[in-house]
Design a protein around this ligand. Structure first.
Ligand code: LAN
Length: 760
């Protein structure tokens, strides 16, 4: 576990809109807009007598009656679903804020800065820039700095990136004095982390000799070689390739020498010492606050060797030869990614880097296409405009909500929502594997274009966001498949009437194929691909600020979602790949057990944190037939021990960062005991699944959720709930609706079954 940091005092953040509490965008503005649209349509909700007291009608639209609060958990459930359905997009999905990481904005600003005088228009309009400035100012903390994400303590990584962004966007230095002081007090921009240094080099604010060697030649390493980009976690690989491309060209913004802002920044960022800096020394300097994963001795040694490779004339002929070949390969590789993702690219970092590279392409179409897809990443909320962490979380949110509706037993009263939701999920399944013959072959097997692009099979998978993005993910495929199967019974009428396109069996089989092929040797599932590398790759993690990013590890989340999908699937299709599914479940169960911590919990890697991980662990084990095992019992004990007196559970981002349970600071949410809605919902889902439905703690948890529901049917947005790479938080605005509803829905189902049993 990484060392504990001094408490990061989240409440230091200064917020323009909600100065006392809410850090996280709650999407109020967006939701209100969608609700206005809703009011103009006729609702198709089968209200019935039971719920009539809870609704009112405005024109033809049915909305929750605000002054009538929910009196029991069923009413809370009904009100909550009606509220959430109101801003479903007619295309069937829910949009929401997926911001949080602050460092991403800098890439966008750099790309805009380079394009600002383009005759075909820059990538950000003046209004968008204004909103972006607002966002960055909004998240400035009282020490003048910015965190890596909106709820973290200030880091040099966040601060240098945001400071430079604001300056490029036209904010004068005189307005940012405290920020500059923060930078200079912490050793000047030479002490920021490697990714920030990269952008400084691109802008001409730092010499490339302050950047560690990033040889693009690595792309030429053969498949059998134990290290290489094809074996890395796809996100690291997709960022590494364009970074190496720009590094190896020593790409610098061409107007930098005459640019006044750049000249000023050179003075500001280093306290007036720009000309005297020993750039080579700066390669290894990093402020302690950024240094989450310190560079290992092995990596320092590799860097040292590579610096000779970069600089010694002796190596020049070999280097030039290899580099030329590697550039050809890289160009092919980058273009393949662009085509496969419709120019969205896998994430916000390579999106921007690929776009910068494409500026100089002879084929002008390429850059034009990139520009068209910038908006996919932008989001405006009450804190301003931001570059999101992905092009949204549409498919992921929708799959969870589908299951929540199904379990709650309320799907029948929302037929239109359900049909649209189903259609969205149906249309979001990935129907081809990029650049290949759609063969279900595993990685390394066929020398196809797909393998050249290091891609796993996509056909049949579900993505995290949209089908245009098109990278399938194990758990998104699992949740997507479960959601489709859950909604199937409710859409039969719509299918018959031709409103809904049905899923064919073969498409479900393809999803199963993706899942089965994604299982790792350890029995677990990683995110997008199999685990292709080795644990020691982490010794070569160059990022400093992120942890565990070098390979695709098996995670409890991905494993649970994949395994439960296989489980649900074999109930419907008992004969399809029967033996393989059986083996997969057995192997999976062993894996999930193996990573349970001694206190009964599981560490959640993609949300905060142990409540989330434990929910996945329990759900996974129960699906694998281990509901009565001591593992599940221990998990129950863990969850019970963390319940606050008021009935809720609360934990925050620091759990992920420090890898130890961190109760939420009361000062942050206003909840006197530090409990929060989403963690309570995850814990309840796990407890009910684990057989604790009739325990007092579940009852109190349900009451807690009811108490915290707002009179609109919404729940308050609390602290950041998503996380990635151990150290960066990311916002999910849908979680506060979807998970409480699912928990209440599961509770309702449990109660009904229990009552039936009692009657028997
Ligand atoms: C995501 C978002 C979805 C998430 C889940 C599906 C929830 C998870 O269960 C598996 C991992 C995954 C796919 C995931 C991985 C890391 C991502 C892609 C992100 C958190 C969204 C943004 C993040 C990405 C790495 C951000 C870009 C920044 C870099 C450092 C490259």
């Amino acid at each position: 576990a990484p060392p504990l940091r001094p408490d990061s005092k989240y409440n230091k953040n200064i917020f323009t809109f909600n100065p006392s509490k809410n850090v996280n965008a709650s999407d109020t503005v967006y939701r209100e807009q969608k609700m206005r649209e809703y009011l103009e349509r006729k609702s198709e909700v089968v209200v019935g007598e039971r719920w009539e007291v809870l609704v009112e009608r405005i024109g033809g639209a049915v909305v929750p009656r605000r002054e009538r609060e929910a009196r029991d958990y069923e009413e809370a459930l009904f009100k909550g679903t009606l509220f959430y359905n109101m801003f479903q997009d007619p295309s069937g999905l829910w949009y929401g804020d997926y911001g949080g990481p602050l460092f991403l904005n800098c890439g966008l600003v750099v790309a805009w800065y380079l394009s600002r005088n383009d005759l075909t228009g820059s990538i950000l309009s003046p209004e968008e820039r204004k909103m972006l400035v607002h966002y960055l100012k909004c998240h400035k903390q009282i020490d003048g700095g910015w965190g890596t994400h909106i709820e973290g303590a200030s880091t040099m990584f966040g601060t240098v990136m945001c400071y430079v962004s604001l300056r490029l966007l036209g904010v004068p230095a005189s307005e940012l004095k405290s920020s500059l002081k923060f930078i200079l007090d912490n050793g000047s921009a030479t002490c920021t982390s490697s990714w920030a240094k990269f952008y400084l080099c691109v802008l001409g604010l730092m010499s490339w000799s302050a950047h560690n060697s990033t040889p693009i030649e690595m792309l030429l390493l053969p498949e059998w070689f134990p290290f290489g980009p094809g074996r890395m976690w796809c996100h690291s690989r997709m960022v590494y390739v364009p970074m190496a491309w720009l590094y190896c060209k020593r790409y610098v913004y061409e107007g930098c020498e005459e640019d006044e802002v750049i000249k000023e920044l050179r003075e500001e960022l280093y306290g007036g010492e720009y000309d005297k800096i020993d750039w080579e020394k700066a390669r290894t300097t990093v402020a302690p606050m950024d240094n989450y994963s310190p560079i290992t001795y092995l990596m320092s040694f590799v860097m040292w060797l590579l610096s000779f490779y970069e600089s010694l004339p002796f190596f020049a002929p070999l280097r030039d030869y290899l580099r030329e070949k590697a550039f050809k390969r890289a160009d092919e590789y980058l273009k393949a990614e662009e085509l496969q993702t419709n120019y969205i690219c896998i994430g916000p970092v390579n999106k921007v880097l690929n776009m910068i590279i494409s500026r100089d392409d002879k084929n002008k179409q390429r850059y034009a296409m990139h520009k068209e897809r910038v908006k996919d990443y932008l989001w405006v909320a009450e804190d301003g405009l931001k570059m999101q962490g992905y092009n949204g979380s549409q498919c992921w949110d929708a799959s969870f909500y589908a299951q929540a509706l199904h379990e709650s037993g309320l799907a029948d009263i929302h037929p239109q929502t359900v049909e649209r939701l189903y259609s969205f999920l149906e249309g979001t399944q990935i129907l081809s594997t990029p650049l290949s013959s759609n063969s279900p072959a595993m990685f390394y097997e066929a020398p196809s274009e797909r393998v050249k692009a290091f891609r796993h099979v996509s056909l049949g998978g579900w993505p995290f966001s949209t089908s245009a993005h098109g990278w399938p993910i194990s758990d998104c495929t699992g949740e997507g498949l479960k959601a489709i199967m859950a909604l199937q019974p409710y859409v039969q009428e719509g299918i018959q009437a031709g409103r809904v396109k049905p899923m064919t069996d073969i498409r479900l089989f393809n999803a199963v194929n993706v899942i089965l092929t994604l299982q790792n040797d350890d029995g677990g599932f990683a995110t997008y691909e199999n685990n292709r590398g080795f644990g020691w790759f982490e010794w070569l993690n160059p990022s400093e600020v992120f942890g565990d990013i070098m390979i695709d590890y098996s995670y409890v989340e991905c494993s649970m979602a994949s395994l439960t999908a296989l489980f649900d699937f074999q109930e419907l299709y008992p004969e399809h790949r029967k033996q393989e599914i059986k083996t997969a479940l057995t192997k999976g169960k062993k894996f999930i057990k193996s990573i349970q911590r001694s206190d009964g919990s599981w560490y959640g890697s993609w949300a905060c944190c142990f409540c989330y991980g434990t929910w996945f662990g329990v759900e996974g084990l129960v699906a694998c037939g281990e509901g009565d095992s001591s593992n599940v019992k221990l998990a129950m004990k863990f969850l019970k021990s963390k319940q606050c007196e008021n009935g809720g559970w609360g934990e925050d981002f620091r759990s992920c960062y420090n890898k130890s349970y961190s109760p939420t600071g009361a000062e942050r949410y206003g909840d006197e005991q530090g409990a929060c809605v989403i963690n309570t919902a995850w814990s309840l889902l796990a407890l009910i699944k684990g057989g604790e439905g009739d325990s007092d703690c579940v009852e109190r948890g349900v009451e807690y959720l009811m108490r915290r529901q707002l009179n609109t049917g919404d729940w308050p947005q609390e602290g950041i709930s998503g996380v990635f790479n151990r150290s960066c938080g990311i916002t999910y605005t849908s979680y506060r609706n979807v998970f409480p509803l699912w928990a209440l829905g599961r509770y309702r189902q449990w109660r009904e079954r229990n009552e039936e049993r009692d009657e028997d």
